[in-house]
Design a protein around this ligand. Sequence first.
Ligand code: HPA
Length: 313
Amino acid sequence: MISEQPVTSPFLASLNAIILRLPGKLRKPKVGIICGSGLGGLVDALRETVTIPYDTIPGFAQSSVSGHNSSLAFGIIGAGEGVPVVAMLGRFHPYEGHKLSTVVYPVRVIAKLGVTDLIVTNASGALNPDLAVGTIVVIHDHLALPNLTGMNPLLGPLISPEHPRFLAVSDAYSTSLRRLVFHASHELHLDNDVLAEGVYAWVSGPTYESPAEGRFLRNAGADVVGMSTVPEVVAARQEGLNVLALSLVTNAVVIPDKYRSIKEEVRDEIMGKSIELPVSEVVSHEEVLTIGREKGNVMRQLVERVIEMLPHN
Ligand code: HPA
């Protein structure tokens, strides 16, 4: 019989390594922020910042993706006394070779530090043709094929009796936090089309989607697709955190409406007809990072305002 003993982990060592480096007012962050590709500029919203590199925290891995840093930044956001927060500059992805338990480990650690609300940001490709590059999509649901097919972050022994195994994710994305972000956008006088709402498809990557895969995800009901976020959201919900997830559309997923038949093209060529070669479209990581940097400022303003608007308790 498989025993369901609590898993031993270096939680205490991780917590000690963090707490000993923080002044008292930063030791109990209320809000956690995960910075997605090219969105590390969110750290500029912090003051009195203390940065702790991942390689000095037991149990933390290293992010090997360009555009991702590898440290936790603690600081204060907002006017007056402000709100103590912790930002993950750099996250871990299964495609780097990390186990899912490693990917979600920082979320579990920051939950233990006292974080109650988690704001997750990411870069994504648009499946929905109505979503222009640069739009920030407020995620209200996810479509996670890996979760359904044996790559669920909660697979494995129970972490503790307090962590539910059969976790509901129908309410994973907090309605009140989603309301706050639209109010924040209004207060910041942002254009109406800066923010949209949608369903995020999580894929393992690291390949971008083939046209057939993109079409499949779109037909299955997803608006954007990316290679992160869902594992952290699932772990955060298991830890009892409220979650807001914001996805910056950095590119359109290449889904041509019609297949360009090579058979017909060659036939036309043989018959001496002139043929027009289509421009080939591909997605690149550089494109993703560039849009992240360009629009990172809007993301930063929104995150900052949402945190200021959070009810104080
Ligand atoms: N697909 C998957 N992940 C992504 C994309 C994409 O097109 N863009 C940014 N992250």
